[in-house]
Ligand binder design. Structure first.
Ligand code: FAS
Ligand code: PHB
Length: 393
């Protein structure tokens, strides 16, 4: 029985759309199933920054035009502790920039490329179950137009995010889960006001972590450490701005400028990884396989790094009939996944006020920050991780 399609991709987030684009460009037939509508997918406010490996990948795929036109290059980060700013010039240390280019712009670019090539994304089409992963012909069960349908394929790409249906299809005896839940959350806001400066600032303050980033020269993106059970509605605009000013403002740095808040949300903080990232004919990528606390701006970049390994492996199979790269996908992708997990967890532990911290632990945070920002080796170690470890593609 021939397959209805070669690769079934579950999820039209950055991972799924990037994989679909790369496979489509290689002439491989794939179907993308997305439970949300186009509006949901194309406007979700999430990640903001790209590592140089992600930028290079998008450019190599011909998807860099808008990125190069409106992306904002950042060359240094500013760490606030001891009542003052400590800048790290990661561009000088590594030769690489960090590029502010919002996740919704990447999704917009990928959806435009799909449309230009007449490639369909099945929106409003939730996958309900995937079966036959240990056989030759997996089956995707999904709902479309209110009817239950099914499609068979050669391979399934689980790009359905943390709450998807693909991960549960990996048998309990096969999957290993690594998880750390942090005792706080992040309140994130988007404000129609210029950021204090076009650099990313992190504050390790006695009252809690705070951070200043941006999405455009006139759009600020800021975060505050909050209680893990806080809700966005618990925070009035006035309370948000006064807390941001208290935690971020230091002498000799531009002050936080309050303005109209157009979006606010609370994100839980968790480190999460599954091993392996494949089972039979299922290959997991992005948040479906791993998530990080957003402290290090790694979630989106990790999803793209996974695809930079998975897409060539699938292309190799169809072009050369070799399963070698597919069989080695998880082992190869996991090397980078765990290095990113290490960096994101380290930054999370370094910058947040953990409940019940002893004075000694607080002092160790300060000494680690001073070493990281004040010594050549500390700066280089931070910088090479922040701008991004190499992509494999
Ligand atoms: P996604 O979750 O983006 O996409 C998965 C897709 O699968 C979704 O569209 C979903 O609707 C779909 N789906 C799920 N189940 C399905 C089913 N059964 N059938 C069909 N479709 C299904 N990262 C950073 O680097 N910096 C940040 O500042 C940052 N902030 C974040 C804030 C929030 C609130 C969240 C949740 C994440 C944030 N991230 C951040 C991480 C984020 O950007 C992810 O890493 C990125 O979206 C991962 O992309 P995907 O793996 O494609 O998963
Ligand atoms: C963001 O712009 O959303 C951002 C930037 C850097 C981080 C985290 C988030 O470390």
């Amino acid at each position: 029985m021939s397959a209805d399609t070669q690769v079934a991709i579950v999820g039209a987030g950055p991972a799924g759309l990037l994989l679909s684009h790369m496979l489509g460009e290689a002439g491989i037939d794939c179907v993308v199933f997305e439970r949300g509508d186009r509006e949901h997918v194309g406007t979700r406010l999430r990640a903001g920054g790209l590592e140089h490996g992600a930028v290079d990948l998008l450019r190599s795929l011909g998807l860099g035009q808008r990125l190069d036109a409106i992306g904002l290059l950042v060359e240094r980060t500013d760490f606030r502790f001891d009542g003052r700013g400590h800048r790290v010039d990661f561009k000088a240390a590594t030769g690489h920039n960090f590029t502010i280019y919002p996740q919704y712009e990447i999704v917009t670019d990928l959806l435009a490329a799909h449309a230009a090539r007449g490639r369909e994304v099945k929106f409003n089409t939730p996958v309900t179950r995937i079966e036959g992963l240990d056989g030759e012909r997996p089956v995707i069960r999904y709902e479309e137009g209110g009817a239950a349908r099914q499609l068979n394929c050669d391979f399934v790409a689980g790009c359905d995010g943390y709450h998807g249906v693909c991960r549960p299809a990996i048998p309990a005896g096969v999957i290993r889960v690594y998880e750390e839940v942090y005792p706080f959350g992040w309140l994130g806001i988007l404000a129609q006001v210029a950021p204090p400066s076009l650099e990313v600032a992190y504050s390790c303050h006695d009252d809690g972590f705070a951070m200043s980033s941006f999405r455009a020269p006139e759009v600020s993106r800021l975060y505050l450490q909050c209680e893990s059970d806080d809700r966005a509605e618990d925070w009035s605009d006035d309370r948000i701005w006064s807390e941001l000013v208290r935690r971020l403002d230091v002498p000799e740095r531009p002050a936080v400028r309050p303005g109209p808040i157009v979006q606010k949300s609370v994100t839980a903080m968790k480190s999460f990884v599954i091993e392996p990232m494949q089972y039979g004919r299922l290959f997991m990528a992005g948040d479906a396989a791993h998530i990080v606390p957003p402290t290090g701006a790694k979630g989106l970049n990790s999803a793209m790094a996974d695809i930079s390994v998975l897409a060539p492996a699938l292309i190799d199979f169809y072009r050369r009939g070799s399963r070698a790269r597919l069989d080695g996908y998880s082992a190869q992708a996991m090397q980078r996944v765990w290095q990113v997990q290490r960096f994101a967890a380290d930054m999370c532990r370094l910058l947040h006020r953990f409940p019940g911290m002893s004075d000694f632990e607080r002092r160790m945070q300060r000494e680690r920050l001073a070493y990281m920002t004040g010594t050549p080796t500390g700066v280089l170690t931070y910088a090479e991780n922040f701008v991004g470890l190499p992509f494999d593609a």
